[in-house]
Design a protein around this ligand. Structure first.
Ligand code: SF4
Length: 468
């Protein structure tokens, strides 16, 4: 019985194939995933625009105007939904005049009925020219199409081509109408392809070294990237490009000059690593830096690859040494606490082993809104028998799980956090974090602290919560 139908799903029996109970003798049984949400389910997924622009990828780039061609509603997914800070320094030695430009400013065409009836390209051109006039220092303009502009057939590519010539800077089209895929995952794929087709290979870096790497799928959530940069730089590597946390437009254009690409978020960004390897012969490695053990392993792997073994050991000793004792204490306090990981993407498999092994937690359910089969295979391989694995879960299923299993903590996004609170269950934002960064040695300690503080907050004893 590897699949399970929740009580709440009785009227939508198709959900059974999306919910799997890990069973050691049934490894071949697949989870239904990366398909359209079943009618009747109130999905928590985002759309392709959300995936390409706001959720990750282009929303993290610090020196571009991100312009959404749509009625104003889609604008919500352009900025502020993720915490990916950026520093104003640019690779050409200049400083971008507005700090955290990518988080503070949002641009859109705000289409109205007349534009939908007669076409929106005129308004798009005006918006590109106007935003460039307001912020002439922006290195490029990225334009996202949406459901409305996809349906009315505005030729965004042609407008961007014309504007590139007129303005003398890259104006790039990302064709991300929400309906182009079943979830935000499609937006990741489209955006990877567009960056590769339109930008990679179009510029050369100011200098190269034999130790140049590109961090792919690292979005600098709450400063994650800066932690990794510190380790990698200290061991002698040079970060040539980032895709795309704290990245500049130019860095994307010279990703082809990297000696090795490291893929952090393997769901949203392996696409571009594959394309770069195929065309430019740059190899890539999939890496994992959540937890001390994964950090040790991956830094050692990089040390071996670049002949920097000793340097890697120095970094490991320094930073692992700083957190070892404190993590031991947290493990003693947290051992046996039951946890769900309801991440949007692949954190369910990144974190399941480290949380059990290094913090003593008991992972009893994991989920993803948009993982594909390869990701679920990793989840199945990394969770213990009896763990519930859910694809495209909805709030009612989460509620049923909470009432049935009474977990001690839920690691989830903003959509689940307050539902958990309503039932008196501590919840931590694992998408945008609480007091991050969460990656690396010190990041894993931050996560342990947040987990401990949430579980032990006095509020859970002081209030009455809905228990059924
Ligand atoms: S692109 Fe489509 S699905 Fe996405 S926010 Fe806009 S209208 Fe909604």
């Amino acid at each position: 019985m590897p699949h399970k139908l929740f009580e709440i799903d009785k009227e939508i029996p198709e959900r059974e194939k999306h919910i799997y109970i890990k069973h050691c003798s049934d490894e071949d049984n697949e989870i239904d995933c990366n398909k359209s949400t079943i009618p009747g389910c109130m999905t928590e997924r985002g759309c392709a625009l959300a995936g390409g622009r706001g959720g990750v990828i282009t929303g993290a780039i610090k020196d571009v105007i991100g312009l959404v061609h749509s009625p104003v509603g889609c604008q919500y997914y352009t900025t502020g939904v993720k915490r990916y800070p950026s520093k104003p320094q640019l690779p050409n030695g200049k400083t971008f005049p507005i700090d955290n430009f990518n988080l503070k400013y949002s641009f859109g065409t705000d289409l109205k009925e007349a534009n939908v009836v007669f076409g929106g390209t005129k308004k798009l051109k005006e918006a590109i020219i106007e935003s460039n006039k307001e912020y002439p220092f922006a290195s490029a303009i990225y334009v996202n199409s949406t459901c409305t502009t996809g349906l009315i057939g505005d030729d965004v590519d042609a407008v961007c081509k014309e504007m590139t010539e007129e303005l003398g800077k890259d104006v790039v089209a990302f064709n991300t109408p929400g309906f182009s895929g079943v979830s935000q995952s499609k937006g990741h794929h489209i955006t990877n392809d567009a960056v590769f087709d339109r930008l990679v290979g179009t510029k050369e870096p100011p200098k190269t070294t034999g130790y140049d790497i590109c961090l792919i799928g690292e979005y600098n959530i709450d400063g994650d990237l800066w932690v990794l940069e510190k380790y990698l730089t200290e061991m002698g590597l040079n970060i040539l490009s980032r895709f795309s946390g704290d990245a500049s437009h130019d860095e994307l254009c010279w990703m082809h000059r990297s000696k090795l690409n490291l893929v952090r978020c393997q769901r949203s960004a392996t696409y571009i690593a594959d394309l770069i390897e195929e065309k430019y012969g740059v190899p890539y490695k999939k890496v994992d830096f959540f937890s001390t053990e994964y950090c040790d392993d991956n830094l050692r792997m990089l040390g071996r690859y670049f002949g920097l073994e000793e340097e890697a050991e120095v970094v490991i000793e320094k930073y692992h040494g700083e957190v070892k004792e404190e993590l031991k204490w947290y493990k003693e306090q947290l051992s046996g606490k039951k946890v769900y990981i309801f991440s949007g993407g692949p954190k369910s498999w990144h974190l399941s082993i480290p949380l059990e092994k290094e913090l003593g937690l008991d992972i009893i359910a994991v989920a993803s809104q948009f993982e594909h089969l390869d990701g679920y295979d990793k989840m199945k391989a990394r969770v213990k028998e009896g763990t519930t694995i859910l694809d495209d879960p909805n709030s009612l299923e989460l509620e049923e799980l909470i009432l049935t299993n009474k977990p001690d903590l839920i690691l989830a996004g903003i959509k689940e956090k307050y539902l958990a609170y309503k039932h008196g269950i501590p919840a931590i934002q694992i998408h945008s974090y609480e007091n991050g960064p969460y990656i690396g040695y010190e990041g894993f300690l931050n996560l342990a602290k947040d987990i401990y503080n949430n579980i032990n907050a006095p509020v859970w004893e002081l209030m009455d919560f809905e228990s059924e």
